[in-house]
Design a protein around this ligand. Structure first.
Ligand SMILES: Cc1cc2nc3c(=O)[nH]c(=O)nc-3n(C[C@H](O)[C@H](O)[C@H](O)COP(=O)(O)OP(=O)(O)OC[C@H]3O[C@@H](n4cnc5c(N)ncnc54)[C@H](O)[C@@H]3O)c2cc1C
Length: 412
């Protein structure tokens, strides 16, 4: 990769910087980058800020202009994310809409669906959540049991989702549901036995990608309280919940392809921003060690140096993925190396933070359950090796698709 930015890119960087300088003031600036997809700190202010970003056209940067985006290049998206993180601007609240559903609709949606839903995402007036995981369908997403049956011009939905981040703030949910429970049974033309994880059924057949409004009597959202003391994710129960017949994205019973597209968009171009945030956290850990007279200890010094080296390696791993993205239009299976690396690096940093805090790591900052930043980061880091594909799943991808090792045998 050529690490130099073009004159056009530098001009774009100036535009981003000066907009942030003029607008990131007052209570927006006071948030200082706090919060995150799994952290509700300053939610109302972040939502207001998101609307401001939308008005100024900073949401949907990479989307095509015909759908209200800026048509920005990948390098411009990188630059925006880099400047955004450098300015410590508030954590975004519309990740599921902007990062996942928008690109999915642009790739697979009907023209009506695009016209109906993209403007609400671009202006942050409609928030979305992701209804993929279920109690028995996480890594094995094709095991989804939530059922949708067509009743006239509506789908009637029954079942349960889990770990649904920010469902309690969302206006809409994009779900993977089962619309044909008989599809893909063994014996059906083209479906040999053993093509799935269980029961000889090609489970990914007969699924659909369905959009549903959250505000209705058939949907109940129950918070799941976490170690951090807050409840950003939820269980979502559907009891005869309803949505329009025209709100399937892609073809009915062919939702697997659409869902895989959505998961592909998850990787995005936000890695540089994340790497900068981690670098900043690493600096804070180093400062903490100095302030508490711990930096003279040989073992602590080694661990700090190791953490710093790790966060630099992360940057170059990210550039490797971007090189792939620029060359082929897809980050490729190599993106799993980056996910595996950053999630474990951050867990180790959290452990170092706790070690440096010593006995104070066990004590709450304030009652009833206020955590210090290091404590909160340590606890949140435990989830990072699970979401967007667990460590074991990343290792399977690297083994099979990067190294060309034989496929893992199915559990059945
Ligand atoms: C903070 C957070 C936010 C989330 N937000 C959302 C959300 O908004 N929407 C949503 O739909 N989901 C969300 N999830 C769910 C997430 O996608 C799942 O937790 C993840 O896919 C793992 O599924 P699972 O929890 O059911 O674990 P399982 O899939 O049951 O895995 C359990 C263990 O078995 C291992 N394992 C599973 N299969 C294999 C295999 N084939 N080979 C080797 N090991 C294996 C896993 O690595 C793991 O260690 C979120 C999760 C977290 C932690």
């Amino acid at each position: 990769m050529d690490f130099r930015w073009s004159a056009e890119d530098e001009a774009f960087r100036d535009e981003v910087r000066s907009w942030l300088k003029d607008n990131l003031v007052g209570e927006y600036a006071a948030l200082g980058g706090g919060g995150g997809p799994a952290d509700e700190t300053g939610w109302d202010v972040r939502l207001e800020w998101e609307k401001k970003l939308g008005e100024a056209g900073w949401i949907g940067l990479g989307w095509p202009k015909e759908y209200g985006g800026r048509g920005a290049t990948i390098t411009q998206q990188l630059i925006f994310n880099e400047e955004y993180a450098r300015a410590s601007a508030p954590a975004r609240v519309s990740f599921f809409g902007e990062g996942l559903l928008g690109p999915t609709l642009i790739a697979f949606g009907t023209e009506e669906q695009k016209q109906r839903f993209l403007p609400g995402i671009l202006k942050a007036t409609e928030l979305w959540c992701q209804g993929f995981s279920e109690p028995d369908a996480g890594s094995d997403l094709a095991n989804v049991k939530t059922r949708a049956i067509l009743d006239g011009d509506e789908w009637v939905v029954n079942g349960q989702k889990v770990w649904t981040t920010l469902a309690h703030h969302a206006d809409w949910i994009f779900n993977v549901v089962r619309t044909d429970p008989d599809a893909g049974r063994v014996g059906e033309a083209g479906v040999p036995a053993g093509t799935s994880g269980s029961g000889g059924v090609a489970k990914h057949k007969g699924l659909s990608f369905l959009l549903m409004p959250m505000d209705q009597p058939g949907i109940e959202v129950k918070p799941l309280k976490q170690l951090t003391g807050s409840a950003e994710f939820n269980e979502v129960f559907f009891t005869d919940a309803r949505t329009g017949a025209d709100l399937v994205v892609g073809n009915v019973n062919e939702g697997w392809k659409v869902a895989m597209g959505t998961l592909g968009f998850e990787r995005g171009t936000a890695f540089l921003a994340q790497q900068l945030r981690f670098e900043q956290e690493c600096r804070e850990v180093i400062e903490y060690a100095k302030k508490h007279d711990l930096a003279g200890d040989a073992i602590v010094r080694q661990k700090l140096a190791d953490a710093w080296i790790g966060v630099q390696i992360m940057k170059y791993n990210g550039f490797r993925s971007i090189t792939q993205l620029l060359a082929t239009g897809s980050p490729g299976p190599e993106a799993s190396i980056g996910k595996l690396y950053w999630s474990h690096w951050h867990r180790h940093l959290g452990e170092l933070e706790m070690e440096l805090m010593g006995p104070w790591s066990e004590v709450l900052a304030e009652r009833p359950y206020e955590l210090e930043e290091f404590q909160s980061s340590f606890l949140l880091s435990r989830a990072e090796t699970i979401y967007t594909g667990s460590t074991e799943i990343q290792k399977n991808i690297i083994g099979e698709r990067v190294l060309g090792l034989p496929r893992e045998p199915a559990a059945s």
